[in-house]
Design a protein around this ligand. Structure first.
Ligand code: WQD
Length: 340
């Protein structure tokens, strides 16, 4: 960051996407200058106007592929980038199993091109969008940052490989400061109803699927198994509101500016909530029905996954504030307005 009183400028790759757009709002509200780089593979241009409407602030937007060296040169030669928050990447577990080469090519190339360009322009700070998917299966919960790594799908493996690439890069560059945030289950939407999660086609993830059922777009929810060793037999996960997750990125950025080296931090609530508990909360807070049927387990699903969040609290001063009802209310509020 320069000595002048110039506001730090943050490049947000994938900044038009679900978590990226919410993070850009928090960055702008915190007084950062922002450059968004996005190719709209998994985002919509409407998100850009939504960010402006929510924050009443503007930002630079560059449309292009983060894997493209010329595109990244254009950004770094035109703007003094003090730090990068790197979201750009494909993120559907099931799709990654069907199309592994697409996932390895895209998720690794975007990262390698970004890091090469950052090195060339002397940009040393990065917050990376990692995932709890990097952890090996574990019978015991919560998951700690010290838990063994081990992935069961190409998507998760790209996250683990990128964490390794970042680790080796940080080891070679004494000025590097990288923070890998291992998200658990991001859900919800901006309370304004202007930003949210609107996956193309049939959603893979629970919350957007419930929203489509509640808004009549899909007939009923399939609950993937109720014979797990959990509170009610259905799968338990650590759901975190996307606005809380966005705030965690600001805390991670400030942490990155104060140190060097690499660090890995769980971002969740520390609580496990079952599928049926989500369904009941969703119905209660939105006064809607969510018809469902119990079906077979989904291959690869675990019974229980939730975070130990003490390290995020200790080094970032971060604790999630929003609860399950907030997540259900905001997800539905967005879905009613936007989901087709
Ligand atoms: C949650 C629970 C399902 C859909 C995935 C990725 C992970 C991360 C978050 C990126 C499970 C159940 C779901 C449905 C259901 N993404 N379910 N019916 O699998 O925990 O995590 O998204 O980083 O990497 O793996 O999330 O929302 O798919 O499932 O019963 O139609 O809901 O069995 O218990 P998951 P999910």
């Amino acid at each position: 960051m320069s000595e002048t009183n110039r506001k730090p400028c943050i490049l947000v790759t994938g900044g038009a996407g679900f978590i990226g757009s919410h993070t850009v709002c928090e960055l702008l509200n915190a007084g950062y200058d922002v450059v968004i780089a996005d190719n709209f593979f998994n985002a919509k241009p409407e998100a850009l106007d939504a960010i402006r409407e929510i924050t009443h602030k503007d930002f630079v937007f560059m449309e292009g592929d983060v894997a493209d060296h010329e595109f990244m040169e254009k950004i770094f030669s035109a703007h003094k980038i003090d730090a990068v928050i790197h979201f750009a990447g494909y993120k559907a577990v099931g799709e990654s199993v069907a199309k592994p080469l697409m996932y390895y090519r895209n998720n690794l190339d975007t990262t390698l091109t970004l890091l090469e360009t950052m090195k060339k322009y002397g940009c040393h700070h990065l917050v990376f969008s990692s995932s709890a998917t990097v952890y090996a299966e574990s019978e015991s919960m919560p998951l700690y940052e010290s838990n063994p790594l081990g992935t069961s799908n190409p998507y998760g493996e790209t996250k683990r490989m990128i964490e390794r690439i970042l680790g080796d890069t940080a080891h070679a560059d004494k000025d590097a400061s990288f923070v890998c945030l291992r998200y658990f289950n991001p859900v919800g939407a901006h309370p304004s109803g202007l930003l949210g999660e609107d996956p193309n086609g049939i959603p893979n993830n629970l919350m957007p699927f419930i929203v489509k059922v509640a808004t009549g777009k899909i007939e009923k929810l399939r609950v993937f198994g109720n014979d797990y060793d959990t509170v009610d037999g259905t799968g338990m996960r650590d759901y975190i509101h996307v606005v809380d997750l966005a705030k965690a990125h600001l805390a991670a950025l400030e942490y990155a500016f104060k140190r060097t080296g690499i660090d890995y931090i769980n971002i969740g609530t520390g609580n496990g909530t079952s599928v049926l508990q989500i369904v009941e909360a969703f119905k209660k807070v939105n006064h809607v029905d969510v018809p469902y049927e119990i079906t077979e387990r989904r291959p690869g699903d675990l019974a229980k996954v939730w975070a130990d969040t003490s390290y995020a609290k200790r080094v970032l001063g971060f604790t999630a504030e929003k609860n399950i009802e907030d997540m259900c209310r905001d997800a539905y509020n967005y879905g009613v307005k936007h989901m087709k």
